[in-house]
Design a protein around this ligand. Sequence first.
Ligand SMILES: [Fe+2]
Length: 263
Amino acid sequence: MLQKPLVPILRIARLLLTTSIKQQARLMSSTRKDNFFLRQLFDTENSTYTYLLADKSSREAVLIDPVLEFAERDAKLITELGLKLLFAMNTHMHADHVTGTGKLKSLLPGTKSVIGKNSGAQADVHLVEGDLVKFGDFELLAAATPGHTNGCLTYICHKQEMAFTGDAVLIRGCGRTDFQEGSAETLYHSVHSKIFTLPDNYTLYPAHDYRGQTATSVGEEKKFNPRLTKPLKEFVHIMNTLNLPYPQKIDMAIPANKVCGLY
Ligand SMILES: [Fe+2]
């Protein structure tokens, strides 16, 4: 009985030995039937991640959390890859940098800016809980995850088993809750009801990382997040005693981000 599975394994091994590296790559990608494209981009000044997602067949793309100073880099990449940017999306109204969605609209005409309705910011498209943003064969589901700000959204791609959490869940951390209508209690409930209820294997992509990590998973954060694994009361105490410095760019970033899609 133990020998039976060896036959198909050997067959695959033999096939791989007789095919070129290019053919192997094609074979493996067609086996995955995967038209999904994801590229993680980094803002070296504010440690913000921007995510380019696309359907490789239709070439339709969306960009999550672009940064103003890197909008030209992103537009160049999108053009080089032959993608059509449908939506330049924000997970929330950022306080640490100015969004690149407005600039991308002028660099790539036809692009629409997107943000959560509860953010109070202007944009072409306002999302609420349960809205779907489609690009080719894929879609992002908007889940309201307030707490860091009122309008925070997490974008979930069930087909690819991943979610873009903005500042709601960071790798082994979470966004601060001491300004922009922040509420530690609200954030705790958002994460536990909307993100930690996703399957453990879902990959989580945050809006920032300051320690050189790029992604995490639901299972990992449920186990190792030093704040969100605590009971609610303890979490609120941690968040209320962080004593973080006032964000350097907040006075400039918030007024600019209030008109994120238009200027
Ligand atoms: Fe933020």
